[in-house]
Design a protein around this ligand. Structure first.
Ligand code: TYD
Length: 208
């Protein structure tokens, strides 16, 4: 299994709080003297922008094509100019808000899971996955309070299927990856403290 050292990934449903917590962890690690590159998927590169257009509903492609687009965006995100591999040479840590586990959870609702896995097979696993486990009903409530409209994935039945895919995938996650499940219903600062405790402990184990 190919694992990228010093690469941390956040996963969870839309509205689970991954973006907030990824930023808080990045700030915390920076404050402890580490250089951190914080990034996300979909990216803000050309393929990521196309994906966001599709998510808004203003363009339509087949489910398979969308799954391939996420995988293509990821290739560029990893190996492109100023991509994550390059950033890992220049920084102590890279944190990504979402990675290929999102593809397995979301795209496998409409595309056979084996196909999604094969599009993403070339990509390395991160050293740490932080999964913010937030119930679908809570996520949808947060989306509705924070935004005027939902994107094409932000509906109860779809999110429930995504939730089940996450559960299935993470119940079988390799022990070689450090996996941290957090209760996303807790207050933001409590979640942050649990995440920093996990990461600080694992990072000190990982350091020489
Ligand atoms: P995200 O940027 O997390 O959402 P937001 O713009 O609301 O902060 O991700 C956009 C959507 O893309 C989100 O619904 C999750 C979905 N997604 C996939 O379906 N597959 C993927 O591989 C990734 C990375 C994201």
């Amino acid at each position: 299994m190919n694992i990228l050292d010093n690469f941390i990934v956040f996963e969870g449903l839309d509205g689970a709080g991954t973006t907030t917590q990824a930023r808080l962890l990045s700030d915390h690690l920076t404050a402890t003297g580490r250089s951190v590159f914080l990034t996300c998927e979909p990216t803000d590169g050309p393929i990521g922008r196309l994906i966001r257009e599709i998510l808004s509903g203003s363009a339509t492609v087949t489910h398979h094509a969308l799954a391939m687009l996420y995988a293509a965006d990821r290739h560029d995100h990893l190996y492109g100019e100023q991509g994550m591999l390059e950033q890992l040479r220049d920084h102590d840590l890279v944190i990504s808000d979402r990675y290929f586990y999102s593809s397995v959870a979301y795209q496998a609702v409409d595309v056979p899971k084996e196909d999604v896995l094969s599009y993403n097979a070339p990509y390395p696993h991160p050293m740490i996955i932080i999964y913010i486990d937030t119930p679908v009903s809570e996520c949808l409530k947060r989306i509705d309070t924070s935004r005027d409209s939902r994107d094409i994935f932000e509906h109860e039945h779809f999110q429930q299927a995504v939730y089940e895919n996450y559960e299935q995938m993470f119940s079988e996650i390799s022990e070689q990856i450090m996996f941290c499940r957090i209760d996303g219903r807790l207050p933001i600062d409590q979640i942050h403290r649990q995440i920093t405790a996990f990461v600080d402990q694992r990072m000190s184990i990982a350091s020489p």
